[in-house]
Design a binder for this molecule. Sequence first.
Ligand code: FES
Length: 114
Amino acid sequence: MFLKPGGLFLSINKIGDLTKSTSSAQKVVVCLGRSCRKYQSERVFANFQENLPSNVELVSVMCLGQCGNGPMVVIEPEQVWYYQVHPDEVSTAIEQHLIGKSPVKAMLYPKFHD
Ligand code: FES
């Protein structure tokens, strides 16, 4: 069974119970689950936290169902998935995607983005 990113994310919201905001504002979701933490997702989260534009919300979840491909980051509401995000790539994601409104092609998760 193929799960669309949107459907998967909705189920994660219910499980993680960390993203209950009903706002349509832009949101950065960073996985801080065990698998992603092995690859520095806590530093990824911290880098977003330090440099996030004021109109963007930052939340964490404990798993995005993509273990082994992390750190995983999802940008809502457009549901852009980034994988293997290195802490040094956070500034690019902020500048190009959150501010420039253009997803970073080199960071896109190929499972959900062709
Ligand atoms: S722990 Fe991050 S996707 Fe599962």
